[in-house]
Design a protein around this ligand. Structure first.
Ligand code: KIV
Length: 303
C-alpha cells in the first residue's frame, strides 16, 4: 500500500463509563468484574487503557508506594492526594477511595465527613471501608449521605493484628459464619459491592447465593463476581512479601532496574547524551555568542 492510499485508522471505540447499575448488570449476566488498585496518574492511565471496570485507590498504597510497613499509618491527607492523582488519569472505570484506618470508625459524623472529602476533594465515585459490626453502621450512614460504599470482609488488613496477623480468615465453620454475618450486614447497610479477602474458596461458593451485590474476590476463589489484585503485585513492581493469591503478570520492577542501570552505564561511559538528544544553535548565533562570552570572560579577568 502506498503512503498516498493509506486509510486513516478509525479512532478506538469510546468505552462507556462504568456505573453502579452496569456493575449490578454484570453480576446479573454472570460477566466477570475486574478491579485493580492504582495510586497515581500513570497507574490510573494504565488501568484505563487496559479497560478495567473499577479502580481502587487502596490503602495498600501505604506499603506499595509510600513505604510504610502496613496500611495502618497512612493518613487521610495522603490517601486524598493519591486518589486525586488517580482521578486525573481515569475517565471510564468507577473510582473507589479506601477510607484509611482511624478516619471513619469513631462516629457516623466522622465517617460521612471523611467520605465527603474523597468525593469532593479527590473526585472519587465511591469509598471502601473494612469490617462489619460498627463499620456496617458507618457504611449505612455514608450511603444515607448519598455516597456509594464498597464493603470489605475476611482478612481486613487495617485490623490484621486483632485477626492474628495477615492470615486467611473463616477457616472454621464458626469463623466463616462471622465473615458471612459481616458481609450480610454490609449488604443490609446498602453497600453496592463487597470485597472478600483471603477466605476459603468453599466458603465463597457456599455463601454467594446469599449475596445480592457484586462480590469482588482477592484470595477468595473463583466463585466471586469479580477479582481484584494490587497493581504493584500483579505487575511485579513491589518486592515485599506476596500473598498466596498474588499472580504475577509482569516483571516491571526488573525492567525498571535494567532501564536505570543502562542509563547509569551510558552516562558513566559518556555514551549518553548523543547528538540527537541535544538542541542546536544557528552558526551565526554561535559566532555572536562566542564573542559575547570572550568579552565577558575578559571583563571578569580585569575586575
Ligand atoms: O487496599 C487494598 O488494596 C485493598 C484491596 C486488596 C482490596 O483493600
Amino acid at each position: 500500500m502506498s503512503a498516498g492510499s493509506r486509510v486513516t485508522p478509525a479512532p478506538p471505540a469510546k468505552r462507556k463509563a462504568v456505573t453502579l447499575s452496569s456493575l449490578a448488570e454484570k453480576k446479573a449476566l454472570g460477566e466477570p468484574i475486574v478491579m485493580v488498585t492504582a495510586y497515581d496518574y500513570p497507574s490510573a492511565q494504565v488501568a484505563e487503557e487496559a479497560g478495567v471496570d473499577l479502580v481502587l485507590v487502596g490503602d495498600s498504597g501505604a506499603m506499595t508506594v509510600l513505604g510504610y510497613p502496613s496500611t495502618v499509618p497512612v493518613s487521610l491527607e495522603e490517601m486524598l492526594m493519591l486518589s486525586a492523582a488517580a482521578r486525573r488519569g481515569l475517565s471510564t472505570p468507577l473510582l473507589v477511595g479506601d477510607l484509611p484506618f482511624g478516619s471513619y470508625e469513631a462516629s457516623d459524623e466522622q465517617a460521612i465527613a471523611t467520605a465527603q472529602r474523597f468525593v469532593k476533594d479527590a473526585g472519587c465515585d465511591a469509598v471502601k471501608l473494612e469490617r462489619g459490626g460498627v463499620c456496617a453502621a458507618r457504611a449505612k450512614a455514608i450511603v444515607d449521605a448519598g455516597i456509594p460504599v464498597m464493603g470489605h470482609v475476611g482478612l481486613t488488613p487495617q485490623t490484621a493484628t486483632a485477626l492474628g496477623g495477615y492470615r486467611s480468615q473463616g477457616r472454621t465453620a464458626e469463623r466463616a459464619m462471622q465473615v458471612l454475618e459481616d458481609a450480610l450486614a454490609l449488604q443490609e447497610a446498602g453497600c453496592f459491592a463487597i470485597v472478600f479477602e483471603a477466605v476459603p474458596s468453599e466458603f465463597t461458593e457456599l455463601v454467594m447465593p446469599l449475596i445480592e451485590v457484586p462480590v469482588i474476590g482477592i484470595g477468595a476463589g473463583p466463585a466471586t463476581d469479580g477479582q481484584v489484585l494490587v497493581f504493584h503485585d500483579l505487575l511485579g513492581i513491589y518486592d515485599g512479601h506476596a500473598a498466596r493469591f498474588v499472580k504475577r503478570y509482569g516483571d516491571v520492577r526488573q525492567a525498571m532496574i535494567e532501564g536505570v542501570e543502562a542509563f547509569a552505564r551510558e552516562v558513566r561511559e559518556r555514551r549518553y547524551p548523543e547528538p540527537e538528544h541535544g538542541y542546536t544553535m544557528a552558526p551565526d548565533e554561535v559566532a555572536r555568542l562566542r564573542g559575547l562570552v570572550s568579552r565577558l570572560a575578559a571583563d571578569r579577568a580585569h575586575a
